[in-house]
Design a protein around this ligand. Structure first.
Ligand SMILES: Nc1ncnc2c1ncn2[C@@H]1O[C@H](COP(=O)(O)OP(=O)(O)OP(=O)(O)O)[C@@H](O)[C@H]1O
Length: 596
């Protein structure tokens, strides 16, 4: 099962950066702007130091020594410098805000599209072993978390590092002895932060996993509302949701408990250094060993150095959450694609439609063998019926033909090309599938019929609807072809959905048509209509019809009877009846025992 397990040994930030190579310039520019903003932001304590120096030492102050001889001149110079510094600080704040947000937007867009694109290429086994709720959380919540971090968190980290370097450097230059006092708590803060980060990481991972489970439960329940209502299981479902929500709340509580304890502890370490400087610096200044201006600067700057470190907990917290999210998103992107596309591109209009199954063995993961040494040759333009008991492997054969799963042994060929050598899209373009579970997308009937056949003429859509005998009911709908079908086509009846699916397959105009129980859940009239439609279109293509209702395959050129993944009988309807075997008995049951 796909869980948030990151690639071993890879730092999430490094993984993220290697995915953002195209944004290198923007990242560097944003870092430079954050640095310059912090540089100017740290200037006020210097200005305070200089102004105290002016007031205390007057003409002999530092400004006096560089040419501003009178106090008024010095104050004017100080005002101009302050104005310029404030302007520069604001300007770079505007720039870094713009750049980090821009980067956040570009990153979220890029990762979402990349993750979704990759997701679509993954094989069906992946989707069966994961759940949609979890995948939705990765594609939405996790990417949004990362976006929030890039919006603000990244800048905070950079500015914190810059602060430590600039302030630390200035303190060492001005008063190395006192600077040491300010640095005493730093190793403790760092050690505490790293430990805290290590303990917090698994707790946040758990929070993300629980959020995924919760989303999955909600997603399942919203799609299964009809079943919930009809079985009157609302209370039971509410209870299950409450359990999942409690687990999410509990995992968050564990994370919060740890993260909340961090800041109060760090504050004490900072207080110690602050008091030490206040006292030691005060004594030196009192005794005339240090200028009052320098002392004022040190007192203010110590705050600027140490107080931001109290936010380290929050920053690491934010960092940790986003890196957990980054890992989940990148793990999805890095999930290996097991079914790789081949290179040979078939032109569907030139495909004759010959299909060969050669000694196929197939087993679903963790299950016993479904298809055993299966062989079948289908000549172009022929109609093949596949019948057999439930679970005998009929649909599986079609999934293998579409390369939705990897076969364990043997090969499948279309017009003598192994399907593994074929470009996946062109292989699937050659096969039109109508299955029992028709999936209609939210949109109009017209959009659903033309799904997969972009920019198609409206007259062709109408023609397909005509052949599928769907025109009559479409015309009775309020907006005709423009009627919205609702999510999963729930505003239409089962038979209407099925006719739209047939129209969609007709429009696809593929050389191979597969009907997998396409008429199983429709009434007799709809089945008859669908049969008439099929007669019109199957003359030009190879057709495989899977059916429980034997009347659907009665006119097939060959019918194969499948049992536990093996062919146990094959022939035409009449030859199979003569055999008086499995097919014969099945026919007798379905015909009410009269037809032999
Ligand atoms: N995705 C899957 N993962 C694991 N096992 C599966 C999967 N799909 C089908 N199976 C199993 O494979 C066997 C064959 O399934 P398949 O759907 O091919 O049968 P079928 O003959 O089409 O049945 P039916 O007539 O009921 O549609 C069944 O035992 C089924 O439980």
């Amino acid at each position: 099962m796909y869980k948030s397990k990151s690639k071993k040994g890879r730092i999430p930030l490094a993984r993220l950066l290697s995915n953002l190579k195209s944004q290198k310039r923007l990242i560097y520019s944003a870092i430079i702007c954050s640095t310059l903003n912090k540089f100017f932001d740290l200037a006020p304590p210097v200005l305070i130091g200089i102004s105290v120096d002016v007031v205390v030492r007057k003409e002999s102050s530092w400004l006096g020594s560089i040419g501003f001889n009178t106090v008024p001149d010095q104050l004017i110079a100080l005002s101009i410098i302050s104005f310029l510094i404030w302007t520069a600080e604001s300007f770079f704040e505007y720039l870094y805000g713009l750049m980090w947000r821009n980067l956040a937007q570009k990153t979220q867009h890029y990762l979402r599209i990349k993750a979704y694109d990759h997701l679509q290429k993954l094989e069906m086994t992946f989707f069966e072993s994961d759940n949609t709720g979890r995948l939705m959380t990765v594609l939405n919540d996790d990417i949004n978390q990362l976006e929030r971090f890039l919006d603000e968190g990244a800048n905070k980290i950079i500015q914190l590092i810059i602060t430590v370097f600039i302030v630390g450097g200035a303190m060492i230059l001005l008063a190395p002895g006192i600077a040491l006092l300010a640095f005493i708590p730093i190793p403790f803060i760092l050690w505490g932060s790293i430990r805290f980060q290590k303990n917090l990481a698994p707790r946040y991972r758990e929070v993300r996993d629980r959020a995924g489970d919760l989303a999955s439960r909600l997603n399942n329940n919203l799609s299964g509302m009809l079943t919930i209502k009809s079985f009157a299981t609302e209370d039971w479902e509410l209870e299950r949701l409450r359990l999942d929500s409690n687990l999410y709340q509990e995992s968050n509580r564990k994370a919060i408990k740890l993260s909340a304890a961090f800041i109060p502890l760090i504050r004490f370490a900072i207080l110690f250094a602050f008091l030490a400087i206040l006292i030691a610096g005060g004594f030196q200044s009192w005794k005339g060993l240090m200028p009052v201006g320098t002392y004022s600067f040190l007192v203010f700057i110590t705050q600027r150095l140490l107080w931001p470190l109290t936010t380290l907990g929050h920053i690491l917290d934010d960092y940790q959450r986003s890196m957990a999210s980054t890992n989940r998103v990148l793990d999805l992107i890095d999930t290996p694609i097991k079914i790789k596309t081949g290179k040979v591109k078939l032109d569907p209009f030139n495909v004759k439609g010959a299909i060969t199954f050669n000694n196929i063995d197939f087993t679903y993961e963790g299950r016993s063998q479904v298809i055993k040494n299966f062989n079948l040759d289908i000549s172009p333009g022929k109609k093949i019926g596949i019948v057999g008991a439930t679970g005998s492997g009929k649909s599986t054969l079609i999934k293998l033909l579409l390369r939705l799963y990897k076969i364990s042994k043997g090969s499948i060929e279309i017009d003598n090309n192994s399907i593994e050598s074929l470009d996946l899209k062109s292989l699937r373009r050659c096969i039109a599938l109508v299955s029992q579970e028709t999936y209609l997308f939210q949109g109009t009937i017209e959009e659903n019929i033309s799904y997969g056949s972009q920019n198609i003429d409206k007259s062709k859509i109408k023609n397909a609807a005509d052949i599928a005998e769907a025109t009559e009911f479409i015309n009775q709908l309020p907006q005709g072809l423009n009627t919205i079908v609702g999510e999963r086509g729930q505003k239409l009846s089962g038979g209407q959905r099925q006719r739209i699916a047939i129209a969609r397959a007709i429009l696809k105009n593929a050389p191979i048509l597969v009907l997998d129980e396409a008429t199983a859940s429709v009434d007799n009239e709809t089945e008859a209509a669908i049969q008439r439609s099929l007669k019109k279109i199957t003359t030009s293509c190879t057709t495989i019809v899977i059916a429980h209702r034997l009347s659907t395959v009665i006119d097939a050129d060959e019918i194969i009877v499948l049992d536990k993944g093996k062919i146990i009988e094959k022939g035409t309807h009449h030859s199979l009846l003569k055999n008086r075997d499995f097919y014969y008995h099945l026919w007798k049951i379905q015909a009410g025992g009269n037809n032999t």
